[in-house]
Design a protein around this ligand. Structure first.
Ligand code: ATP
Length: 310
């Protein structure tokens, strides 16, 4: 373990959890530095929620360890740790205001000015009972409660789910602002554009494992996509699918797309020798990186295939 990892705000090592024969989380390891925003991306059922539940003691892990600033989870940590589950944990019969009052009494760090600001920002009626709020308004209340205690650690399971684009942007800004103030944020999302905007580090989960993780900028620099067009159908290019730099190859009519990691000059030369009419090497965005990392085994398309991953 590196010194950096040992002093991480969140350190997850070898986490595993199975439900019967389903291996929901399968030897997951990652660390989140203090003040960092870490995005957990993944396919449906990849194990993101189960990871959070295991981390926060809401599900019993079958293996692995989770440390917060070097310490195992203890009840007192919730004084400065906010967790917003996928389904907000709210009392249906209580009003928004009553929830806020509850938080004020329970958390020393509760800041009424932040709470008021967030109620106005999200524009929900805090006098209404939770059962009278829309799905998005419930999420907004849960996020207001989470941020109003000025936590040092935030674990947010799909914080933008159910929110309109304006409020989604507010959530991103809140996360970025909290991290700038030293808070550590771990969140999951299916909105890759938002993860790209907010997160400095990501892990991509698939079938319970992290198939790719790292610094977002570094991943973008390492991962390229080579796009080539041909006069007729894409020819067979020897060794392409077996090249260890190649993550994924798609062929559609005259268009060949090869997703490569860690360079890929050799791959570009191999394609060049097949005399394409055009060839471009481009940086991948996070969506490309995600698709290349998880393959497309959920939606197989024609001759598309995922190459073995590094
Ligand atoms: P999504 O993005 O769809 O919310 P996820 O990445 O959060 O998915 P999880 O909810 O962690 O995925 O589920 C991981 C796997 O564990 C899935 O196969 C799911 O069916 C299974 N699973 C989750 N909770 C339970 C449970 N309580 N009992 C049995 N299986 C479960």
């Amino acid at each position: 373990m590196t010194t950096e990892a040992a002093t991480a705000a969140i350190l997850v090592q070898g986490l595993a959890k199975s439900y019967g024969s389903t291996q929901a989380v399968d030897g997951l390891s990652f660390d989140v530095s203090k003040g960092s925003i870490f995005g957990l991306l993944g396919t449906n059922g990849a194990g993101k929620t189960t990871t959070f539940k295991c981390m926060l003691g809401l599900a019993r892990a079958s293996a692995g360890s989770v440390l917060f600033s070097g310490q195992p989870l203890e009840a007192r940590m919730f004084e400065s740790l906010s967790y917003v589950p996928e389904q907000p944990a709210l009392y249906e019969w209580m009003t928004g205001r009553e929830h806020l009052e509850f938080a004020r009494r329970s958390f020393r760090s509760y800041d009424p000015a932040i709470a008021q600001h967030l109620v106005e920002l999200f524009g929900f009626d805090a006098r209404k009972r939770v059962k009278q709020l829309s799905k998005g308004q419930k999420s907004a209340l849960a996020l207001t409660l989470a941020f109003a205690i000025r936590p040092q650690t935030l674990v947010l399971d799909e914080p933008s789910a159910g929110l309109d684009p304006v409020h989604q942007r507010h959530v991103l800004d809140l996360m970025i602002d909290a991290a700038a103030g030293g808070a550590t944020i771990l969140f999951s999302s299916h909105q890759i554009g938002q993860v790209e905007r907010a997160a400095d580090h990501v892990a991509i989960m698939h079938h319970g494992k992290a198939v790719l993780q790292g610094d977002v900028e570094q991943l973008r620099a390492d991962e390229k996509v080579i796009e080539a067009t041909f006069d007729g159908a894409v020819p067979t290019i020897g060794g392409l699918d077996a090249d260890t730099h190649v993550r994924r190859v798609t062929r559609q009519g005259r268009l060949l797309r090869v997703y490569v990691t860690g360079g890929g000059n050799g791959v570009a030369s191999a394609i060049q020798s097949a005399q394409p009419t055009s060839l471009r090497v481009m940086n991948q965005n996070l969506e490309d990186i995600f698709l290349a990392a998880v393959g497309d085994d959920q939606h197989p398309a024609g001759d598309e295939q995922a190459a073995p991953r590094a």
